[in-house]
Design a protein around this ligand. Structure first.
Ligand code: UD1
Length: 417
């Protein structure tokens, strides 16, 4: 089994080039099911979720492969409606996008329940309710989901009961090619939703987002084009936390600074110096003070930054509190950080974190962002840490070990047998 070994205590200095956003690349890859001809997608991160998404499409008969360093070629002209790589569907939340895409293309889909990071219940009721509003029938027994429509789906007005990235994207996928206009209210505003919309529009769709409302004017067909995925805001924010923990100065290249706005203001309040210039951000940190945050849908504080921010708070003067409002049981990282000497108490969906001296330990990543938080904490801890279950981390961070080593972190990947 692979392990990451970290020797903590080094300052960080240098440049990091931010990869393409995993959570944009995945819906864009699955959305190619709706598109005729070749799609060329640039800035796709080489992370295991992406490889798995490509394998799912290949198993259906598509051409879906990397044809350049971070460029994929996808052609789904010859796919059929059978998803053969079922085992991969249940490893990844983004496989839920097969529901909207297959329903649009074939009028039906049968697949295992989408998987994903295990930080509590990941229901799909909002997705199914939305599909039903378009005229589909949905059956779900907890293990498999089957959706079909005996007649052509009909456009409608859909109001999502709760803001959901996944349900918003699935409604967009299901309605992009309907006859007529579908209005989706209470949508998520995450950059990955806009990235998918921009890709589909580039292929000929007529979709507009105005605040939390998305209007899809259905088109007859979509045609393959070349598109470049947005940079990964969570990856950028993760490395900002790393600088706060280790101190130093780094230049983040290829970012979209406005997408980082809210967390950047929080970091500045904590004592970071952060300056944006074009598509770069310079981050400097010396003494960092704690603060309290509450996770919420974009543009507010992202739940996908919660575990990494918890690691940062361990190294901040005065510590702070995190209230988790999206996934109320996303706290698997707590026990691992405690093994290093972290002082964290949890009450329901809140953690209170005090400043502490952390020392290296043997740690287990329990999910993607929890894994990232352990890497960050290990970079700031005294002595050596070993992080197991690297497979979770490589689901979403491209070249994390190389990128941190390049800016001075003492980190290496030990290959398994
Ligand atoms: C996506 C991201 C994930 C991120 C999350 C919130 C991908 C592949 N994953 O996940 O990294 O943490 O957004 O930013 O892009 N909910 C329901 N019923 C549903 C769907 C969701 O109750 O049918 C709830 C969820 O339990 C959660 C909230 O809605 O409390 C938001 O979840 P959602 O935005 O859907 O997250 P995902 O799309 O699964």
């Amino acid at each position: 089994m692979e392990k990451i070994i970290v020797n903590g205590g080094n300052r960080l200095n240098g440049e990091i080039c931010i990869s393409g956003m995993k959570n944009s690349a995945l819906p864009i890859i699955f959305s190619c099911i709706l598109v005729k001809g070749d799609c060329i997608i640039n800035n796709v991160p080489k992370v295991s979720d992406v490889f798995n998404a490509l394998e799912i499409l290949s198993s259906m008969g598509a051409v879906a492969e990397f044809c350049g360093k971070n460029t994929v070629l996808i052609n789904t002209d010859r796919i059929d409606d059978t998803i053969s790589a079922k085992h991969l569907v249940s490893t990844m939340r983004a496989s839920s996008y097969l529901m909207g895409a297959m329903l649009s293309r074939f009028g039906k889909v049968k697949m295992p329940m989408p998987g994903g990071c295990n930080f509590g219940a990941r229901p799909i009721d909002l997705h199914l309710k939305g599909f039903e509003a378009l005229g589909a029938k949905c059956f779900c027994d907890g293990e498999n989901v089957e959706i079909f429509s005996s007649k052509k789906l009909k456009c409608n007005k859909i109001t999502l009961d709760k803001i959901s990235v996944g349900a918003t994207i699935n409604m967009v996928l299901a309605s992009a090619c309907l006859n007529g206009t579908t209005v989706i209210s209470n949508c998520a505003k995450e950059p990955h939703v806009d990235d998918l919309i921009a890709f589909l529009n580039c292929c000929g769709a007529k979709i507009a987002r105005n605040g939390t409302t998305v209007v899809c004017q259905g088109v007859k067909a979509l045609y393959g084009k070349e598109y470049t995925v947005f940079p990964d805001m969570i990856e950028a924010l993760t490395y900002i936390c790393a600088v706060g923990i280790c101190k130093g100065e780094i230049l983040l290249k290829r970012v979209v600074p406005y997408q980082l706005s809210y967390p950047t203001e929080v970091f500045k309040e904590m004592g970071f110096e952060i300056t944006a210039c074009g598509d770069t951000v310079t981050v400097r940190a010396d003494e960092i003070f704690g603060c309290d945050v509450v996770t919420a849908p974009y543009p507010l504080f992202p739940t996908d930054l919660h575990p990494q921010f918890a690691a940062l708070l361990c190294f901040s003067r005065g510590g702070g509190c995190i209230r988790e409002e999206i996934f109320p049981t996303r706290f698997a990282y707590v026990n691992e950080l405690r093994k290093m000497g972290a002082s964290i108490s949890r009450l329901r969906n809140m953690v209170y974190i005090k400043e502490a001296q952390l020392t290296g330990a043997s740690l287990d990543a329990t999910d993607l962002r929890a894994g990232a938080s352990l890497v960050l904490a290990a970079l700031g801890a005294a002595g050596e840490s070993e992080i197991n279950n690297v497979n979770y981390i490589v689901r979403g961070y491209e070249s994390i070990v190389e990128k941190i080593a390049d800016i001075g972190g003492k980190i290496k990947l030990i290959k398994g047998d």
